[in-house]
Ligand binder design. Structure first.
Ligand code: TRP
Ligand code: SF4
Length: 420
C-alpha cells in the first residue's frame, strides 16, 4: 500500500485526500491564515498540503531564523514541471529564509544510472534556473559534500532495512547505493541545521516525495538526545525524556531548572513554559555534542498536468517544454494542448468551456498569470463561452514567450555563478 507513492515510480495519479488522511499531511489552509501575505502557490491551492508549517509561518512573520531546502535529481534537463518547487524556494528566501539547494547526483547515479559527467551537466542547468529566478543561497552537489556524507552515515545508523521496505517497497534486489542515496537525502534535509544551528526548515516538494519527509522526521527524532512532552499527570509543566542522553547532559538540565525533579530517564519541570524548556534542551544537546534538531516542515504541491492531459513527464515531450526550446516548438505544443473546450465553436459559445480540466488554464494558474483578477477574468470568460480556445492559447503563448525571454536573459546573466 505504501509503495503506492514510491517516489521513483512513474505513477502519478495520486489520491491526494487519501494520502493526507493516511499520513497526517495537513491542508494548506491553516498556513494561509498564519501568513499576512500568502503567495500565489498557497492562495491558489497549488500547494495543497503541509507538515508543521506553523513553525515556518511564525519564523516568517516574526523575523526568526529558518531554512528552506530542497533537492533536484539531475536525471535530465530541467523543465516546466520543476518550476513550482523553484519558485517556492525563492519565495521563502525572499521572506528571510536561508536557502540550501542540493543537486542529488548520488540519487541520479544510483537510481537512474546517470553518469557523473551528465549529472554535472544537468545539475548546472538546474542551478542556473534557480539563480535566474532570484535564488541567492547555498548550493552543492551531494557527491562533493563530505560533511553531508558524514551526516548521511550518521543518519543511516537510525535507518534499517525493514523501514526501507515498508516506506519505499525496497526488496532484496534493491541496490545498496539506492539505500545510501536515501540516507543522503535525509542528510540533505538535516544539513542546514548542522551548519547554522537548529531552526525550522521547510522542504518544498511534490506530494510524491512525502516518504522522504516522513523518514527524515523519524531520523531527526531518533538523533535527538531528548524529547519534551507535556506532564502526564496533567499538571502544568513538561517532562524531558532522555533517549540515551549522556549523564553530563542530564546534569546540565537538572542545574538549568531549579526545583525540577530528576528521575532515571527523565526530568520533570513543573509549571514550566514549554518553548523555554525546548530551547534550553536544544542548547544543552548542542553543548554535549548532539544535534538539537527541529523536525523538518514540508509543503506539498500538486502536479501541473501535462499539456496533453495526464502526467507531465520528460518521456512525453509534448506534455511539457524546456526553457531552452525553440519558440516555434513551444508554440506548437501550446496550440496542440488538450483544453477544456467543446467539440464545436457553437457548442463552446452555448455551454462554455471547462477551465478546471484545461491544461492551458492550469498552465496560467500555475505559472503564467500571476494576477489573480486577470486569471479570474479568464476563467469566467471561458465558462461563459466568451473566450474561444484558439484565442486563449495564443494569448497564453504570448505570456509564455515573455516569461521565457526574461528567464533566458536572466539565465545568461547568472551563468557565471554556476561555473564557480
Ligand atoms: N528525491 C528528490 C527528487 O527525486 C530530490 C532530492 C534530493 C530532494 N534531496 C532532496 C528533495 C532533499 C527534497 C529535499 O526529485
Ligand atoms: Fe482552456 Fe482557454 Fe479553451 Fe477555456 S478557452 S477551455 S481556458 S483553452
Amino acid at each position: 500500500m505504501q509503495s503506492e507513492i514510491n517516489p521513483w515510480s512513474s505513477r502519478q495519479n495520486i489520491d491526494t485526500e487519501k494520502l493526507f488522511r493516511d499520513f497526517g499531511i495537513k491542508p494548506a489552509g491553516q498556513a494561509i491564515k498564519d501568513l499576512k501575505n500568502p503567495p500565489v502557490f498557497f492562495r491558489r491551492g497549488i500547494v495543497a498540503g503541509q507538515r508543521d508549517y506553523a513553525a515556518v509561518a511564525d519564523a516568517i512573520e516574526n523575523h526568526k531564523k529558518f531554512y528552506v531546502m530542497t533537492g533536484f535529481m539531475p536525471s535530465g534537463h530541467p523543465h516546466l514541471g520543476h518550476l513550482m518547487v523553484m519558485k517556492e524556494v525563492v519565495w521563502h528566501t525572499l521572506m528571510g529564509g536561508t536557502g540550501y539547494i542540493s543537486v542529488a547526483d548520488r540519487e541520479a547515479h544510483a537510481v537512474r544510472g546517470i553518469s557523473w559527467d551528465k549529472c554535472k551537466e544537468f545539475g548546472k542547468e538546474y542551478l542556473k534556473c534557480i539563480y535566474a529566478l532570484g535564488y541567492r543561497g547555498n548550493t552543492y552537489f551531494q557527491s562533493e559534500n563530505n560533511p553531508l556524507k558524514d551526516l548521511a552515515f550518521e543518519s543511516a545508523t537510525k535507518i534499517n532495512f525493514s523501514e526501507l521496505s515498508a516506506i519505499y517497497g525496497f526488496t532484496q534486489e534493491t541496490s545498496l547505493a539506492h539505500a545510501m542515496s536515501v540516507a543522503t537525502q535525509v542528510a540533505d534535509i538535516l544539513y542546514p541545521q548542522t551548519r547554522e544551528g537548529p531552526a525550522p526548515t521547510v522542504v518544498p516538494v511534490g506530494i510524491d516525495q512525502d516518504p522522504h519527509i516522513r523518514l527524515t522526521r523519524d531520523v531527526a527524532g531518533k538523533l535527538r538526545m531528548f524529547t519534551v512532552i507535556d506532564l502526564e499527570s496533567g499538571s502544568p509543566g513538561v517532562s524531558i525524556r532522555s533517549k540515551n542522553a549522556p549523564v553530563k547532559a542530564m546534569d546540565k538540565l537538572e542545574k538549568a531548572f531549579p526545583g525540577c525533579k530528576r528521575y532515571e530517564g527523565h526530568i520533570d519541570v513543573y509549571g514550566a513554559d514549554r518553548d523555554l524548556v525546548e530551547k534550553t534542551v536544544r542548547e544543552t544537546e548542542l553543548d554535549c555534542g548532539g544535534y538539537g534538531f527541529y523536525l523538518p516542515s514540508a509543503t506539498y504541491h500538486t502536479f501541473l498536468q501535462g499539456l496533453m492531459g495526464g502526467k507531465m513527464s520528460s518521456s512525453v515531450p509534448e506534455s511539457l517544454f524546456r526553457f531552452d526550446e525553440p519558440e516555434k516548438d513551444i508554440r506548437k505544443k501550446i496550440m496542440n494542448a488538450l483544453t477544456g473546450g467543446r467539440m464545436t465553436l457553437e457548442e463552446q459559445k452555448r455551454l462554455g468551456g471547462e477551465p478546471e480540466k484545461c491544461s492551458v488554464y492550469l498552465l496560467n494558474l500555475f505559472h503564467m498569470q500571476e494576477d489573480d483578477e486577470e486569471l479570474k477574468d479568464m476563467r469566467c470568460a471561458c465558462r461563459e463561452g466568451r473566450l474561444m480556445c484558439g484565442t486563449c492559447k495564443k494569448e497564453t503563448f504570448e505570456r509564455v514567450k515573455t516569461f521565457l525571454k526574461d528567464f533566458n536573459e536572466k539565465m545568461d546573466e547568472v551563468s557565471h555563478m554556476v561555473e564557480e
